[in-house]
Design a protein around this ligand. Structure first.
Ligand code: GLU
Length: 301
């Protein structure tokens, strides 16, 4: 089994969302199950929207959940690296410089499709190519002279050797850009092409307390805030167990597999269960039930 290198890459622009915590857990499980590495990357290139308090909250939540990382870094520390790679793309004719100094992508190759372990085979369409060709990689002086997320993220994933990306399905439409970027950047970085295996999982939905209608669990929703769960005294293992079941299910879904410690989840995550494409609705009563089980002494072993 290859030792998978995974990462969680939150942007410090708001309180940490339960969906981010779930994604962190899934990536952590893969790294731990394979004896690989789990990396915490802070996506803080949007200087106008960053909040240092949110960086602290990210660390606090990860510590509270016990999702220890092997490496951590901030994108803001790597601006020169992104600039260098963008310049190298220009030198190779894989990008062009606009009049405002922005660097625009000009790929020489588009893969026809990519595979996602959850969503299946996804074609890279002519429309994708139209969007990718000419996309900004590095913004001009007038826009803050920094990398866009797609570019910085792929440079980072290549540099740290990420082999596996699990993230929300809202990023599935970005993946054609990312795969095309891997192929281009590989030609200037020259360490060989490593395209991670992608898994895009269904988003976590919430229920409107008044109407009962299912809707996207937004950052403004109390139930989405990891900080609030900590402040309200929730049990970390109950939360992890609840999150595990929002987007993953064991092949044998019996009573013995309902309460599942992180140790057992580590053993089962890859081979004895499946991540899900469908949106998962957060059921607060069920989450509370998990919380109570662990508070009453369940271990999930
Ligand atoms: N900063 C991005 C986010 O918060 C990271 C997405 C990714 O995992 O590539 O959505």
């Amino acid at each position: 089994m290859i030792k998978e290198v995974t990462r969680i890459a939150p942007s410090p622009t708001g309180d940490m969302h339960i969906g981010t915590a779930r994604t962190a857990y899934f990536n952590w499980l893969i790294a731990r199950a394979t004896g690989g590495k789990f990396i915490l990357r802070i996506d803080d290139t949007d200087l106008a929207r960053n909040d240092e308090k949110c960086v602290d909250v990210i660390h606090q939540v990860m510590q509270f959940l016990g999702l220890n990382h092997d490496e951590t870094f901030r994108q803001s520390q790597r601006l020169q690296r992104y600039r260098d790679v963008a310049e190298k793309l220009v030198d190779k004719g894989l990008a062009v410089r606009a009049t405002n100094g922005a660097i625009l992508f000009q790929p020489n190759y588009y893969p026809g499709h990519f595979h996602d372990t959850v969503a299946g085979d996804i074609a890279i369409t002519d429309n994708d190519k139209k969007i990718i060709n000419g996309m900004v990689l590095f913004k001009g002086e007038d826009k803050g002279a920094g990398p866009v997320y797609h570019f910085a993220s792929v440079v980072d994933d290549i540099d740290v050797g990420v082999t596996r990306v699990i993230r929300g399905v809202d990023h599935l439409t970005n993946t054609a850009k990312h795969i095309t970027l891997y192929h281009a950047i590989e030609q200037v970085v020259g360490i060989g092409l490593i395209i991670p295996k992608f898994s895009h999982i269904g988003l976590i939905m919430g229920r409107d307390p008044e109407t009962g209608k299912v809707k996207k669990l937004s950052k403004r929703d109390g139930a989405s805030s990891m900080l609030k769960y900590i402040e309200d005294g929730w049990h970390p293992d109950g939360l992890l167990n609840g999150m595990l079941r929002l987007g993953w299910g064991p092949k044998v879904d019996n009573k013995a597999n309902t309460i599942m410690s992180r140790r057992r989840a580590t053993n089962m995550f890859i081979h004895e269960g499946n991540m899900k494409a469908n949106p998962a609705t957060l059921d607060m009563a069920k989450l509370k039930w998990y919380d109570e089980q662990y508070k009453k002494g369940a271990t999930g072993e």
